[in-house]
Design a protein around this ligand. Sequence first.
Ligand code: DQA
Length: 138
Amino acid sequence: MKKIIIINGPNLNLLGKREPDVYGATSFEDYFSKLQMTYKDVQLAYFQSNIEGELIDKLQEVGFSYDGIILNAAAYTHTSVGIGDAVKAIETPVVEVHISNTFAREDFRHVSYISAGAKGVILGFGLKSYDLAIRSFL
Ligand code: DQA
């Protein structure tokens, strides 16, 4: 059974409540349950933190044993050299995901410190971006 983890960064714990016009009205917990039902033959895990160092700790913890990491570093995407370095340091391939099309938004969202170390990037498909990322590992 493949082991895949979804790692979500800051403010994504508020999905469903936060700017629903941009990020939708579904909580991530509800969406994650649907993913688990859809991909019964995948061992899916989920971690969320608002703290940069905790995201780095989790990447290091899973980054040598999991088959895939789906990372939405949220705002840290655009600022964090540390998370970008962690993505490069680990062995497990990382797919960078964003719910919104960051290129259709403010200029500061056009920069990513994650992409250079990522296997690929999926963005702009709403929560479906996570589903597409899982499929990329299967
Ligand atoms: C986001 C896009 C980021 O620019 C933003 O800071 C987020 C969410 C997305 O999934 O669309 O928090 O990563």
